[in-house]
Design a protein around this ligand. Sequence first.
Ligand code: FES
Length: 575
Amino acid sequence: MSEQNKDKFRSSAWFGPPDRDGFIHRSWMKNQGLPDHLFDGRPVIGICNTWSELTPCNAHFRELAEHVKRGVYEAGGFPLEFPVMSLGETLLRPTAMLFRNLVSMDVEESIRGNPVDGVVLLVGCDKTTPACVMGAASCDLPTIVLSGGPMLNGKFRGRDIGSGTDVWRFSEEVRCGQMSMCDFQDAESCMSRSHGHCMTMGTASTMACMVEALGIAMPANAAIPAADSRRYTLAHRVGSRIVDMVREDLRMSHILKREAFENAVRAVNAVGGSSNAVIHLLAIAGRVGVDFSLDDWDSLGRDIPCIANLMPSGRYLMEDFYYAGGLPSVLCELGDLINRDAMTVSGKTIGENVADAPCYNSDVIRPLDNPLVANSGIAVLRGNLCPDGAIIKPSAASPQLLRHTGRAVVFENIEDFHAHIDDPDLDIDENCVMVMKNCGPRGYPGMPEVGNMPLPTKVLRKGITDMVRISDARMSGTAYGTVVLHIAPESAVGGALALVETGDLIELDVPARSLDLRVPEEEIARRRASWQPPQPASNRGYLKLYVDHVLQANRGADFDFLVGASGAGVPRESH
Ligand code: FES
């Protein structure tokens, strides 16, 4: 080991000492063929990999990691890849969100307990991004987020189709007899035809934009398709840059300041991002102690137009977005609507990063004076149904339903919904408000993406494609409709949602930011007095930990004991 680097970085506590413990730390590592000089005190870069064949969106991450390693070596660092639990949105039951906090713990403890000086987070499928960012933020080492990139555009019979968004559409068409089951099955392989995550502006793409706008990912991170060689070039550059960040001691807390969160809200609104960004950004803010609340989503985003013409709000897909200029172009167009002095992992401010970012297609990335949706944003609702808040994404809703009063049709849970939604005797029409209970953080548990309840077939057959739907659930970022989500407090903890009965009137007024149950106070009090909480989902294991400690949606659904950070001090030795 060279004397000048000795004890300079955190990893030196493991690899530096010439004693018995240092022997143990180095010797066992050398069984991988690692030469002496890698232990000379150079920055050790942990590559936190959410690769899994059960997470198809992240299935190319072994190759991505190899390109990060090339960059790390080139810059004089020492890369060490490690796995963490992966969360695949399509397969994992009962819902990937149930395990976001678990993965954040896996990431946090894997970083803190090991000899790493800087971290690259390889993320893609929806929850892998917030989970890894939350865990890394609680450690606060120099960190770069590298997204795996979206799939290429889906192509089906001469037209582009988008992940998720067109699944929901096709499924409704099958149900009302407009699409054959044979055609539906044909579309499967046409939709997902390359590596990568969903290529709509769903949650994964939104998360990739969010981390880029926060400044913890490199410029252009969000849009480069997974199959494009430039994704691997970016990985190489990330590997080089993280080594420099360690030398500069540019830690997450130097970047994740209030201004960064404001930029993230504005960027997510400008791209018509997923409503899931709300809950994840709140949780990340909680980890770094930034004063940021649900109401900030409304106030900061209220006058931000949606200028990215991407599904589900618009018509294009992420591949088109990349060719049009990607997020740097959007941030450039936002001008002074973003905090241009906010620092980023590039070592430059976000304003410097995007100063001359070009736009190559003004229909995909619209100018501010010709937006896709003016004043889109995420609307935060209050009222006697949601005293701690609820959200709706107006750009994905039907304008004529943003002010609507209707008769409630209540489903006690998702199974009750499936059992009755197509019952010919169900008294429901397009003017009703569909209500689902027990799908919040504690109630499901895990707050699944079931808030965009499919419409009853008898309504679909009339050519109706949207109804007001309300719940304490989330909704897929690829979904659309007049869907009120994240009602807090949730029904399982006795929120007013638990007291709604079929036949009650519910009034939604998005311009006024309100959602109310039009039932006399005395009647609400009577129902509350006889309300019984549901039985807990489990009395042991992770489910019990989750239900006992998960916070409500308006606080990001993090665990109460995970809010905050513990840093990355070197734990004591046990040999
Ligand atoms: Fe993985 Fe959509 S299912 S990003």
